[in-house]
Design a protein around this ligand. Structure first.
Ligand code: UDX
Length: 429
């Protein structure tokens, strides 16, 4: 099929590239000229395992191209996916102006039937607004359909997730739109759930909010475990063995970050309130998440006593492993608070250093964990990268001023680290 994907962020670019890999002809469009120029040179502006290889392959076999020209892309495509940003506004609602812009651009340039599919995460009822925008901007009476096709890929495993989704959700209002989307996803051989547009929109917000709730729930349980001497890792294992609960997203830590959970939680809260329902549970989820960072800083304080003048070594800056994304990373608040209290910060991240430099100033960025440990008063682990999980603890101990590790991701077994002579504090154990 001939497809266009408007917006080349994490979701748009991965979707476009992967659609070309499964046999479609895809134009990825963005109004950011620098980004498109980079993509035209076969360079991926984000770190996402496997993406660049598939991109190169499909550019070469002419199934994938990049453009800043939305007009041409609309004309050449049967289906247009909207995958532009929906950033949070100050009141928590999603800024949908990019969606409106793209929808009107599509309408102005339509020359025949098009299926317009929203892939961006949007509040319920956006589909209706997109339909209206298209009708208002059409030059003549051309038929079209609008559909919702929320994306569930995770950063860091975006390519894998796109090829192996648990489900594909399509929200449609016509059989024609359903058939086209089924055809597009056919090569994936996955479960396709067909719903109305509003339900599809809610599935995305509800899924992300539910996963965020799972994380805050286990973080709250971790705080109980700590107070009574239980081990949250064992508790999570025991809970997760119940198939109704499942073991995923039960890792206690410093709280969730990234550009999806915090933003989608806020947006879901906002739309619930707008619809006249107080979804207070989600407010608690947010509070627990914020509190978790405070608890982590308190652990560092307990270990060092006075923060002022101390050197704190940070391992991991990205909001999760295998990504260079720093948006809403818990490391930002944690480091800024420690700096405010007078700490000197040294830090290492395998991929996120360049992006971290834009948001975290006065940090000594190091090339490896050992450079961080040298003469630091303690080590604080913020992201569970493999490169950090596999550090040589004996070597680290010799380099640190004091053998203290505060582990915000529970990557080590307390007894083993303590046996090596460390003072070790994890989360909920
Ligand atoms: C999430 C959703 O998983 C994905 O379906 C959606 O499309 C986009 O939002 P992503 O933000 O890439 O994906 O990362 P995810 O792996 O879900 O992790 C989000 C945050 O939760 C990270 O900060 C991570 O460290 C944290 N997390 C995750 C925990 O603290 N504990 C867990 O058990 C799982």
């Amino acid at each position: 099929m001939k497809l266009s994907v408007i917006g080349t962020g994490y979701v748009g670019l991965t979707t476009g590239v992967c659609f070309s890999e499964i046999g479609h002809t895809v134009i990825c469009v963005d109004n950011d000229k620098t980004k498109i120029a980079l993509l035209k040179k076969n360079k991926v502006p984000i770190y996402e395992p496997g993406l660049e290889e598939i991109l190169r392959k499909n550019v070469k076999n002419k199934r994938l191209s990049f453009s800043t020209n939305i007009k041409e892309a609309v004309k050449k495509s049967d289906v247009i996916f909207i995958s532009v940003g929906t950033p949070p506004r100050e009141d928590g609602s999603a800024d949908l102006s990019y969606i409106e812009n793209v929808a009107s651009e599509i309408a102005k340039n339509m020359d025949g039937y098009k299926l317009i599919v929203d892939k961006s995460t949007v509040p319920v009822e956006t589909g209706e607004k997109v339909e209206l925008t298209i009708k208002r901007n059409l030059k003549k009476n051309i038929p079209s359909d609008v559909a919702s096709n929320p994306e569930f890929l995770r950063e860091g495993s975006a390519v894998y997730d796109t090829f192996n989704p648990d489900r594909v959700v399509i929200g449609v209002s016509s059989k024609k739109a359903e058939d086209i989307l089924r055809e597009i996803y056919k090569p994936l051989k996955t479960k396709i759930l067909v719903t109305d547009i509003k339900s599809a929109e809610i599935i995305k917000h509800a899924s992300n909010s539910f996963l965020a709730t799972k994380i805050s729930f286990i973080n709250a349980v971790a705080n109980i475990c700590e107070r009574c001497g239980a081990d949250v890792e064992k508790v999570a294992e025991g809970m997760g063995l119940d198939k109704r609960i499942g073991s995923a997203f039960l890792n206690a830590g410093i709280g969730f970050g990234g550009f999806c959970f915090p933003k989608d939680l806020e947006a879901f809260l906002w739309i619930s309130e707008k619809l006249g329902y107080q979804f207070d549970l989600l407010k608690n989820v947010r509070e627990i998440n914020e509190y978790q960072k405070h608890i982590f800083i308190k652990k560092i304080e307990d270990a060092l006593w006075i923060i002022k003048g101390k050197t704190i070594g940070i391992l991991g800056l990205a909001f999760k492993p295998n990504t260079d994304d720093m948006r809403f990373a818990p490391s930002i608040d944690i480091i800024k608070t420690l700096q405010k209290e007078g700490a000197r910060i040294k830090a290492f991240d395998p991929k996120a250093t360049e992006k971290a430099k834009e948001v975290l100033k006065n940090v000594v960025y190091c090339k490896n964990p050992y450079e961080v440990a040298k003469d630091a008063d303690c080590l604080a682990i913020l992201t569970e990268w493999d490169e950090i999980k596999s550090i040589d603890l004996k070597k680290i101990k010799k380099l640190l001023k004091h053998p203290i590790i505060i582990d915000g991701r529970n990557i080590f077994e307390p007894k083993e680290v303590e046996k090596l002579g460390f003072i070790y504090k994890g989360i909920g154990r």
